[in-house]
Structure formats: structure tokens, C-alpha cells
Design a protein around this ligand. Sequence first.
Ligand SMILES: [Fe+2]
Length: 375
Amino acid sequence: MRIVNNLSRAINLPPSNYRDRNVEAYYQPYPPQQKKQPSESVKQKTGFWGRFTSLVDIARMNRFLVLGDQGSHNENQMRVAQAIWQRYLNPEDTFGFALILGDNVYENGESELFNDAIYRPYEPLWKAGVQFCPVLGNHDVRQHDGSIQLNYWHALQEQFTRKILNIKSPQQNASTTPRYYTFMSPNEKVQFFALDTTVFLPGLDGTYKNNHVWARQLAKEQIQWLKKELARSKAEYKVVYGHYPLCASGMHASLEQKEMEQLSNELGRVFIDYGVDLYLTGHEHHYEKVRPFPFQQPGFVQIISGGGGKKERIFYPDKPPYPGIREAVISDFNFLVFDTNQDELTYKVISGDNAVLLADKVPRKHQSGQQIAIA
Ligand SMILES: [Fe+2]
């Protein structure tokens, strides 16, 4: 608590009794109060599953939200956030944790905007105990290389989150959210690997001006860590997520083709060799599903979902500017809700008006318990 209090002063964290009338008026109905957590002795007696109180609760813990490029702190972000909250209140789609794909605070990751972009739009979700699992985007690392923002995420997580996920990272410490980490879904069907992709492309968008060498070193460390963790994973689905896509059909693809190819060369080969099923990413402000061919073989699915607070037209509507199969592309505000309770990994693409735009699934590549042989 001492860390949180210090951080509250340092980065203007909302106090635990923080209320904002504008936010309260925006959300109807207002969120239920967070349930009282069971005592340590009850947890020890009943184990992990004893912490959940109903079948809806258990199903919820095994669904997750995917949200990218949301941090515009304007009416667009609020509109999508309200749709997310309505979706959370639907027992069929309610979710326990959220993958946040970066560009969390526009334009420059300003610390004075953290409350407006990270906390306020999702206040009901924070108060319901949803566990946010963020990575950084290029806009986030323009100030302090994103490190102060990671402290802020950690402070919010400590203050509000019902911790259902066991986060593991070589960077783990008591005062900040790591830049890269792994965790399992509570039913242990899916293993997630969160990456800081911004350090793979220092210099892009003016990032890491004074820390180019440090950034590239961190990229190398992540690759080594990712290979090791993927190789020993026994999960049915291996899902990686990070801010930069390996290929895309939007504005950034028209400007950053070389950089996307570089990232594809570094990460795409690892994804194929180590059995990644799905790469979730943002940066572009639309929805796009693709089976890329970085090495002449369709080894994994990449899904872009970067419509959490900004919208952009598709720059290549007729033919994608990359080799591979583009299965769908939608220009709209959007977020995703994934369900790991089914045999296959299913998901819905949902608009800023809370309409289901598409229901789809990710095919499974291997059976539970199968490890990848390392070359
Ligand atoms: Fe971005």
C-alpha cells in the first residue's frame, strides 16, 4: 500500500474512493460492488476454484477482452468503453481479464493523461475487478520510454484487480508491470505471451532516441525468453500479443512496410517454429484477420484489433500488400471478446455500438500436453 500511496502522489493515481460524476452518468446501470474476497484460510481450504462463486463466474474467468489503440481520451474512447461495459454485463460474453494491445495514451504517453485514458473510461471494469494485462505501443514510449506508465498500470492493478492470473516474467518486481510476461488462462487451455514490440523497432516514430542500444538488447532478450517459454508450454493454444503487426492493410502498412518486414523476419519465424497459434496486435485502427506467409507457409493466425478509440480507413481494400490469406478486414471501432470455454478458441468482433460484427474461431494446431521439439 505504501508503494501505491507514493505512486498516487507521483503520478496522480485516483484514490480508492475516486468518483467522477461524468463517468457515473455515462454508465447505466452502475457496476455492482466488488464481491468481498474470501479469506486466506478459505482460499487454502478450497484451492484456486474455491475463489469463484458460480458457473457464470467460472465461465467469465475463462473469457477475455482484446482492446487496442484505445487511449484517445475523447468521446470515441468513451463510446467504445461503454459498449465494452455493456458486453461485460451480458452473462454470455462477460469476461475476467483484458489484453491491452498498446497506444494506451495518445499522443505522447503523457503522465497527466493516465487517469483520463487508462482509468476513467474503464472505471466500472476496474471496480468489478477485471485483470488488465497491458503492453506498450509507440505512443506510450514517447515519455520515459513508457516506464512511468507501467508503474501506473501496476498501481491500478494492485488497487483494484481481482488477481485470477499468475503472471510470470524475468522483469517481475514489486513496483511495476513488466514489459513482457506470460500467464495461463484459469482453465489452463491457453497460454499467453505478452511482448513489448516497440523495442524491436527503435527509431520508428521517433522512439528510443537516446536508448536505441538498450531497446535492441531488450528485444534480443525477449526473443530468447519467448523461445524458451514457448518450447516448454503444454497449453492447447499459444497466443502471443504485442503492439506492432507483422503485416497489415492500413495506414501504417503504407508507411512502414520495411519495419513490418523486419519484425516479421524476427518474430514470424519464431512463431512458426515454436507452434504459436495466434498473434494479437494493434497499431492499425481496424479489424483484420490474416494467415501471413512470412516464410512461404501459413503457420499462424494474426488478428489486428486497433479500433478501441480511433478509426481509420483501409488503405488496401482490394488486395493486401503482403503475401498471405486475408480472411477479413473491417474499418470500424472495434474490440474482441474471446471464449476459451469451448473446444476451440472462439471470438466475437464487436463494434463501438456494441453490435456483433463477426463471430469466428481460431483453429487448434496441436493437442494439450504436446511440447514443441526444439531444433
Ligand atoms: Fe501504434
